[in-house]
Design a protein around this ligand. Structure first.
Ligand code: MN
Length: 150
């Protein structure tokens, strides 16, 4: 599950973890503020030993009724939950990565095109839904994320 992640990076040049799939009982999430070519927030959910990941330009919504675009990206290793640092110029994702929030994740349901989960972080708490909005399920990377009543 981490092949795409590893192929995109030269671990001699980036401080990011190489990573391997990890086993843990509690699931976690992290949201990293990433000042790359464009500022975005990387939302990563620990599922089945890896971090399922989305780049979310406007971050997760704070209130009910807002829907934000989330762009699916490659799975990241669980070790990325604590990653902060500077990815050097010329490398994939070059720029500053800072942890914006992190905490516990409770997965409510997990389907190919729809995830329901609860976050218990320092800044974000509550129940969220991620839905893939592409008509052809195997193509495209666009999802919507919104908050829902707990
Ligand atoms: Mn990013």
């Amino acid at each position: 599950m981490l092949e795409k992640y590893q192929i995109k990076r030269n671990f001699q040049k980036t401080p990011e973890p190489r990573g391997k799939a990890a086993k843990s009982k509690d699931n976690h999430f992290v949201i990293q503020k990433h000042r790359a070519r464009t500022l975005h927030y990387d939302v990563r959910l620990e599922i089945e030993g890896v971090l399922k990941s989305w780049a979310v330009p406007k971050n997760l919504p704070l209130s009910l009724g807002e829907k934000h675009l989330a762009i699916e990206t490659e799975d990241h290793p669980a070790q990325y939950l604590n990653f902060e640092g500077i990815i050097p110029e010329g490398n994939y994702g070059a720029g500053v990565v800072q942890i914006w929030d992190q905490g516990k994740l409770k997965l409510k349901s997990y389907e190919l095109r729809k995830l329901v989960f609860c976050l218990q972080g320092k800044k974000l708490t509550g129940k969220y839904v991620l839905v893939k909005i592409e008509k052809q399920p195997k193509k495209g990377k666009n999802w919507l994320v919104f908050k829902t009543k707990a």
